[in-house]
Design a protein around this ligand. Structure first.
Ligand code: HXC
Length: 256
C-alpha cells in the first residue's frame, strides 16, 4: 500500500517505517500520525514481523509536530478532537520497536523517538524540546519521558531553554543506547532489529512489557510481575528449545 507521508519496507522479519515529509523535515501532521498508526496496526497483527524500526531521513528524524497545522488550533478544538491522543498508539505497541535517529529529533519528534523502546542515534542526531520557544510546552510526553530518561536537572534545562543536545551528550546521559556513524545508522538498526526478531516473539514481547513496568510501578510490584511472567515462560516450547539448543551446542529454532 502506498502512503503519502511514510515509506514502509519489510526486511525478512523486520518492519521498517521511514517518516517521509522531506519538504517539512518530517514535521508530524495528522495524516502522518494516522498512516503511522495504520502501519503499526498491520505490523503488530502480522506474525511474520518480530521487530520494527522507525526512522526518518539523514537531515531529520522529525522536527516536531507540524507548526503550520497547529498554529490556528483553538483550545476547544484541541480538547474536542483529543489532540495528541492518536500519538499514543506507538507507546502501546506490544512488539519491540527501535527508533533510528539521524539529524533533528525535536519537540514531537523527540517525543516520538522516546515512545519507541530504545533509540539508536547517528552521530549527526540532535535532540530537543524547543516547544517553549513557540509559547507552549511539550505535549506528547516530553516533560515525563525525558525526565525519566535523563533525570530532572537535564530535562528541566532542556524543556525550559529549548536547547538541543547532540548525540554524544545524549549517549552520555542515557537518552540513546548507542551512537553510530550516520552512514551506518539504518543498516545497524536493521541488524539489531533482526537479532531481536530472531528471538522467541512472545518472550521478546514479555521482556519489553516487563522492562516498561519498571517505569509504572514500585520495585516490589515490578519484581513480582517479572517473576510471575518468568515462571510462566516455562510453559513455552521456546524455553525447552532455547535451553536444549544451548546444551546441544547449536543455534535455537524458536517457534513464531
Ligand atoms: C512545520 C516545519 C517544522 C515544523 C521545519 N519545518 N520544522 N514545518 N512544523 N515543526 C519546515 C520549515 O518551515 C521549512 O519549510 C522546512 O521545514 C525546512 O526548515 P528550515 O527551518 O528552513 O530548516 P533549517 O534552517 O535547517 O532549520 C531546521 C530546524 C528548524 C532547526 C529544525 O526547522 C526548526 O527550528 N524547526 C521547528 C522545530 C520545533 O520548534 N519543533 C517543535 C514543534 S512543536 P519552508 O516551507 O519554509 O521551506 C511540537 C509540539 C509537540 O513538536 C507536542 C505534541 C503534538
Amino acid at each position: 500500500m502506498a502512503y503519502e507521508t511514510i515509506l514502509v519496507e519489510r526486511h525478512e522479519r523486520v518492519g521498517l517505517i521511514r517518516l517521509n515529509r522531506p519538504q517539512a523535515l518530517n514535521a508530524l501532521n495528522s495524516v502522518l500520525i494516522g498512516e503511522l498508526n495504520t502501519v503499526l496496526d498491520a505490523f503488530e497483527a502480522d506474525r511474520g514481523i518480530g521487530c520494527m524500526v522507525l526512522t526518518g531521513s539523514e537531515k531529520a528524524f522529525a522536527a516536531g509536530a507540524d507548526i503550520k497545522q497547529m498554529q490556528d488550533y483553538s483550545y476547544p478544538e484541541t480538547y474536542l478532537d483529543d489532540f495528541i491522543t492518536s500519538w499514543e498508539r506507538l507507546s502501546r505497541a506490544r512488539k519491540p520497536i527501535i527508533a533510528a535517529v539521524a539529524g533533528f529529533a525535536l519537540g514531537g519528534g523527540c517525543e516520538l523517538a522516546m515512545s519507541c523502546d530504545f533509540i539508536l542515534a547517528a552521530d549527526t542526531a540532535k535532540f530537543g524540546q524547543p516547544e517553549i520557544k513557540l509559547g507552549v510546552m511539550p505535549g506528547a510526553g516530553g516533560t515525563q519521558r525525558l525526565t525519566r530518561f535523563v533525570g530532572k536537572s537535564k530535562a528541566m534545562e532542556m524543556c525550559l531553554t529549548g536547547r538541543m543536545m547532540d548525540a554524544a551528550e545524549a549517549e552520555r546521559v542515557g537518552l540513546v543506547s548507542r551512537v553510530v556513524p550516520a552512514a551506518d545508522l539504518v543498516a545497524e538498526a536493521l541488524k539489531v532489529a533482526k537479532t531481536i526478531a530472531d528471538m522467541s516473539l512472545p518472550v521478546a514481547m514479555q521482556t519489553k512489557e516487563s522492562v516498561n513496568r519498571a517505569y509504572e510501578t514500585t520495585l516490589a510490584e515490578g519484581i513480582r510481575f517479572e517473576r510471575r511472567v518468568f515462571q510462566s515462560q516455562f510453559a513455552f516450547a521456546d524455553q525447552k528449545e532455547g535451553m536444549t539448543a544451548f546444551i546441544e551446542k547449536r543455534a535455537p529454532k524458536f517457534q513464531r
